[in-house]
Ligand binder design. Structure first.
Ligand code: UDP
Ligand code: MG
Length: 301
């Protein structure tokens, strides 16, 4: 059986259409499936719609007590999926359900992870495109994963899902983790369709948080950069120190006010940035150590 996990946050208009599209595609291909909608604390009619749909025994729904974010919703869906393989796709029909069949076939041929690869990023604002490029560039350089065209549209074998669900880490980066796992992979190419209804849930602040979380989740390189900056500054100190002492000894030590100001600014800002980087990692450790649940399920239908 194939479990299809669909995170949904304020997607009332999209739920039924998505369910119908997936049903049409999978029934036609005679693939046995279940749909798991995870309502990520929506404030609209999302859960009511899911509840209505759940009269059909192939449809299940989870409702979070508040908005916990897409990754949490995906994890919740995977945690309660019963299928031999699980697919994850967005609720706005940007990930074409037709590709599920191709993914399923590849899984049957032995692929453990089938990744949806974006051929075209669809309609995105220029600033979004540029920021996404920057983020993927940083991820690639820090963690060594090329995620440029990757997406959250994936199909995972039961084994991978079990590993994922039993990871002790709380804050996961779903898209990156499958690169980390290894296993036999296959790719399915798709064009990002326009959003069916409603608008994207991302804003600049959310994306910033997402980027920082994921970079710190995957790499300790920022911490090493702090150390390197320290070493670099130390070298400058030695050179300037010698020059200053020389000037002092030869009695020419009045000038250099600009240097002092520049040095102060440089040291101040580097220290602040360094502390900030370390702070992010401490915050992550703090979050993990607190051991709070990643999501709270209020209701299940
Ligand atoms: N989503 C979610 N929780 C959130 C934000 C988004 O479950 O806090 C879901 C949303 O309902 C959709 C998917 O994640 O099914 C992708 O969201 P969106 O379309 O807003 O992102 P984009 O396609 O713009 O990257
Ligand atoms: Mg979308």
């Amino acid at each position: 059986m194939l479990s299809v996990v669909i995170p949904a946050y304020n997607e009332a208009e999209n739920i039924s259409v998505t369910a119908i599209r997936i049903d049409t595609v999978l029934s036609f291909a005679t693939i046995d499936y279940e749909l798991i909608f995870v309502d990520d604390g929506s404030t609209d009619e999302t859960f009511a719609t899911i509840t209505t749909l759940s009269n059909d025994k192939q449809v299940r729904g989870l409702k979070f007590s508040r908005n916990f974010g897409k990754e949490a919703a995906v994890m919740a869906g995977l945690n309660c999926a019963k299928g031999d393989c699980c697919a994850v796709l967005d609720c706005d029909l940007q990930h074409p359900p037709e590709k599920l069949v191709e993914m399923y076939r590849l899984w049957q041929e032995g692929a453990m992870i089938v990744e949806g690869i974006k051929v075209d990023r669809g309609k995105e604002a220029l600033w979004y495109r540029l920021l996404a490029k920057l983020f993927y560039g940083i991820m690639n350089c820090f963690a060594g994963f090329d995620l440029q065209r990757s997406s959250d549209y994936k199909l995972l074998d039961r084994k991978v899902v079990d590993i994922l669900c039993h990871l002790p880490e709380k804050k996961l980066f779903f898209r990156g983790l499958s690169s980390y796992f290894g296993f036999a992979k296959a790719e399915v190419f798709f064009e990002v369709a326009p959003r069916y209804a409603g608008k994207s849930k991302w804003n600049l602040l959310g994306l910033w948080r997402y980027a920082i979380n994921n970079i710190t989740a995957f790499s300790a390189l920022p911490l090493q950069i702090v150390t390197c900056t320290g070493v670099f500054m130390f070298i400058i100190f030695v050179v300037l120190g010698i020059q200053t002492l020389y000037n002092y000894i030869t009695g020419q030590s009045i000038e250099g006010f600009t240097t002092v100001i520049l040095l102060l600014l440089f040291i101040g800002s580097t220290l602040a940035i360094g502390l900030g980087v370390i702070g992010h990692y401490i915050a992550r450790i703090y979050d993990e150590v607190k051991g709070r649940p990643v999501y709270i399920v209020e209701q299940e239908v």
